[in-house]
Design a binder for this molecule. Structure first.
Ligand code: COI
Length: 362
């Protein structure tokens, strides 16, 4: 039972029906926002309270708000899917709620109870129900819960006032080219996170530290950047916002182990389960980049892909770095990659039975 009830303060929509229909016809990713947002405030003195669903719009924030200076902020990403009968569901939301609690602990922010996290998702999705794309598309309503230090204070300590919001954005494919093989740039200059740092937390700082690498990737004609571990610069961590997998010819599905410096992806965990279900041997271990590149050359590794809530599962077609370039398989979309993607999205859109009980009705 949620302690926060998120009453809706207004039912006036900010976007007209015809404009919403235009947006939903081609939502892209992350550029359009809905009519409402959920909010709750925490204070050191009173804990969580003041919850509501408000019209979506700019926030009022002191220029001295701690988040603007010290980056005390965390977020989550999950999706609402419409099923053929019109109902709206989300995927493993407790896993996101629990990860947000772990991120909160690492960033010295207050933990939001799982039930309140779920209540906030329900509240915003109910208010924004017309924004959940039709079941006939492979589109969804992307939900972005986030929490930040809003106290007006310039000393360095954990904020005593924290604001939590959930905004929503109709989402098509994360990559502008759709589900096409990615060109991935291996940066030898930047690392995303280091030992003992915040790499496993979903905090803005990790994404900020990925941006120069992403720019370097784009300047070299690549879609994404791959970060190596900060200590040895030898093993694969992750992309700017996605975990990485490799499939071997003899049926092993490899992914970097959770070392504390990579994100514990909900999609990553779900893929490990679906892959094991279909008889693949799943291996979480240190993946040395040079060995992976050698195994691409010998054909030992046949497929690679990136995954995350936003990106779902996206094939990797090739790697590039200052020292050369390497093709994954024939450079196209791997068969197992696409089969896993199909199975995952079939579960999310209710097209096959939810045998692991991963769906929650919103
Ligand atoms: C997500 O996949 O939900 C993320 O938060 C990652 C970001 C690249 C959009």
């Amino acid at each position: 039972m949620s302690a926060l009830d998120f009453p809706q303060t207004s039912t006036v929509r900010r976007i007209a029906d015809d404009e919403r229909a235009r947006v939903l016809a081609a939502p892209g990713f992350g550029t359009h926002f809905t009519d409402f947002m959920a909010h709750a405030r925490w204070t050191e003195e009173s804990g969580w309270g003041e919850s509501s669903v408000l019209p979506y719009g700019p926030l009022q924030l002191s220029p001295a708000a701690a988040v603007l200076h010290y980056g005390q902020e965390i977020f989550e990403g999950l999706k609402a899917f419409r099923h053929a009968d019109g109902s709206v569901w989300t995927f493993r939301p407790e896993a996101n709620a629990e990860r947000m609690q772990r991120s909160a602990r690492r960033l010295a922010l207050p933990e939001l109870p799982v039930e309140d996290f779920l209540a906030s998702l329900r509240a915003v999705t109910a208010a924004d129900e017309p924004w959940v794309p039709k079941a006939t598309s492979e589109e969804s309503l992307y939900l972005r819960p986030f929490m930040f230090a809003s106290e007006e204070f310039l000393g360095v300590r954990a904020s005593q006032t924290v604001d939590y919001y959930v905004i929503a954005s109709p989402a098509g494919p994360y990559f502008p080219r759709g589900v096409q093989p990615l060109v991935v740039w291996i940066t030898d200059e930047y690392a995303r996170a280091g030992a003992g740092g915040t790499g496993a937390a979903k905090c803005g700082g990790n994404y900020a530290s990925s941006l120069l690498g992403k720019r370097e990737a784009a300047e070299n004609g690549a879609d994404e950047v791959l970060f190596l571990d900060s200590e040895t610069h030898a093993s694969i961590d992750e992309l700017s916002g996605m975990n990485v997998f490799a499939l071997t010819r003899d049926g092993r599905l490899l992914t970097p182990a959770l070392t504390g410096s990579i994100l514990e992806g909900v999609t990553r965990a779900s893929i490990l389960r679906l892959a094991a279900d279909r008889g693949l041997e799943v291996v979480e271990q240190r993946l040395v980049m040079s060995e992976v590149l050698d195994q691409l050359g010998t054909g030992e590794i046949t497929e690679m892909f990136a995954c995350g809530t936003a990106a779902v599962i996206n094939p990797i077609g090739s790697f590039a770095a200052r020292g050369g370039s390497w093709t994954v398989g024939d450079g196209g979309s791997g068969e197992v990659t696409l089969a896993l993607r199909q199975e995952l999205t079939d579960i999310q859109y209710g097209r096959v039975p939810d045998r692991h009980g991963w769906l929650t009705r919103l």
